[in-house]
Design a protein around this ligand. Sequence first.
Ligand code: ZN
Length: 146
Amino acid sequence: MGNIKERVAYLQGLTQGLNVNERSAEGKLLINIIDVLDDMAEEFNNIQMVQEDLETYIESMDDDLTDLEDEVYEDIDNQELVEVQCPSCHETVSFESSLLESDDDLEVSCPHCGDIVYDSTLEIEVSDMDNGQVNSDFRYGIHPGI
Ligand SMILES: [Zn+2]
């Protein structure tokens, strides 16, 4: 970028050396063009400085993000693990205990043989049974005789 400023400065010197002045139409035009070039070089310079500031800022944000990731993943690593024994190959399979609290259907398969070691849909919880009871009573109420 400094190169552009230098070249514009050279052109400005050249106009003086060649005695280009505003008395002729061409001289006026050249001097004005070189003035515009000078403004543009200055503007480029400003943009470059802003960009360098932004780069520094983004780098510091990236560092912060890395710190944050380290902390978050460390928390995940520290989660309590549930260990079950695979019914097929008898290897111990561990998974995060928080998965058990999830409402989603969960299937954990053995990383050694691929067999399913835990399936949340097979577990019947008391709360589910209560809901089922309420629903069937409700249905019965609407359609007596079914
Ligand atoms: Zn297995």
